[in-house]
Design a protein around this ligand. Structure first.
Ligand SMILES: Nc1ncnc2c1ncn2[C@@H]1O[C@H](COP(=O)(O)OP(=O)(O)O)[C@@H](O)[C@H]1O
Ligand SMILES: [Mg+2]
Length: 352
């Protein structure tokens, strides 16, 4: 087989994407590719350009690998397994060891590793999300089911409590509707995440639209909604519906959490540009409750709500949606807040 005889094992190993090595006689490293050098440096807290000729068990102290290696030496069967490794948090690896016979008596061993940390973390987040979403939906559902039972049984003829129970049931079904709406918009945005918006939109129009939608709501709550816009042109590549939803969620928050029970309160909706005039900054500013510093990094997590705001209606999904829409637009999202002083949300977009 002349075309195979010319194959060079070192070149084959160099061509591997995953960390790969050949273990020669006496458990000494025969050859490895660059990803394996990096990984061995990491495992052994060293910084060497090569580990060729080194005893592998001086570099790797992972019992699962030693165990599988013993098994492979005896069975002469390729075997795979996995292990966890702590390095700034837990990392997950899968690895395989395959025997390659050199002559009748001796073998070399092919080691290959795959870092599965990212896949596993994403998978866990997805599983957590489904568990959280089911839990959030089950709570109002259980309450509705409970009241149906009461209305069918003990309170059957108690007309006075019918009204009260039906009101609670209506409130709970409203909560389920809001949750489902938010969950659906989140998954819709995620689905299109990789397709960047290509429509040219004018942020001036969008903030004016939202200003007019929210002004009566604000007035009803004795809040003055102010529009401050000094930009003549405010064009970006964007998805108009998503940007309206983003502003709606932020203005809803400013209205819900931006009250200090003062005679008069205000919310500012502002459009400015940076000094270089290549970015547009959209700010939503309230003078209300504010947010503790320790809560700031968690605000955009799905279902995260600050404890004291749990008396106010909400799903905890509003800012998760805002974050996804910002990411979809390559916009930078920042929060600044001071307890009892107020909150400022900034979104920085690339100008066309
Ligand atoms: N403008 C704001 N002022 C104070 N707290 C806020 C503000 N916006 C958001 N928060 C806090 O962040 C949490 C998450 O917001 P969000 O994701 O919109 O969920 P929700 O409004 O449904 O609770 C809220 O529960 C609230 O505690
Ligand atoms: Mg909200």
């Amino acid at each position: 087989m002349p075309h195979q005889a010319e194959l060079d094992i070192d070149k084959i190993i160099d061509a591997q994407i995953f960390p790969t090595l050949i273990l020669g006689q006496n458990d000494l490293v025969g050859y490895h590719n660059q990803p394996m050098i990096d990984l061995l440096n990491n495992f052994s807290s060293q910084n060497h350009a090569s580990h060729i000729g080194a005893d592998i068990w001086r570099l790797i102290h992972i019992p699962e690998i030693a165990e599988v290696f013993e098994q492979v030496k005896q069975s002469k069967q390729a075997t795979q397994s996995k292990f966890e490794y702590f390095d700034n948090g837990v990392r997950h690896f899968r690895f395989s060891i395959s025997p390659i016979s050199v002559d009748d008596k001796s073998y070399n061993y092919w080691f290959s590793f795959r870092d599965l940390t990212q896949e596993i973390v994403l998978e866990r987040m997805r599983a957590d999300f489904i568990a959280n979403a089911s839990h959030e939906l089950r709570t109002p559902l259980a309450s509705i089911a409970g009241f149906i039972e009461t209305l069918q049984g003990p309170a059957k003829d108690d007309i006075a409590s019918h009204h009260k129970f039906l009101n609670i049931m209506q409130e709970q079904s409203g909560r389920m509707t809001r949750l489902i709406d938010d969950l659906l918009s989140l998954s819709k945005i995620e689905l299109n995440q990789h397709m960047k918006p290509t429509d040219m939109v004018n942020l001036n129009d969008i903030i004016e639209h939202c200003f007019h939608t929210f002004e009566p709501l604000a007035k009803a709550q004795k809040v003055v909604l102010k529009l401050e816009n000094k930009l003549e042109k405010a064009h970006i590549y964007g998805d108009r519906d998503q940007l309206i939803q983003l502003l709606t969620n932020l203005l809803n928050n400013a209205l819900k959490y931006g009250m200090k029970n003062q005679a008069e309160n205000e919310i500012i909706l502002r459009l400015t540009e940076n000094d270089a005039a290549d970015k547009i900054i959209l700010s939503i500013i309230d003078f209300g409750d504010g947010i503790e510093e320790e809560d700031l990094p968690r605000l955009t997590e799905r279902f995260y709500r600050v404890k004291h705001s749990q008396k106010v209606r909400g799903t905890g999904l509003g800012l998760a949606i805002v974050k996804h829409i910002a990411q979809h637009h390559d916009a930078v999202l920042n929060f600044e807040s001071q307890v009892n002083e107020g909150t400022q949300v900034f979104l920085t977009f690339d100008k066309i």
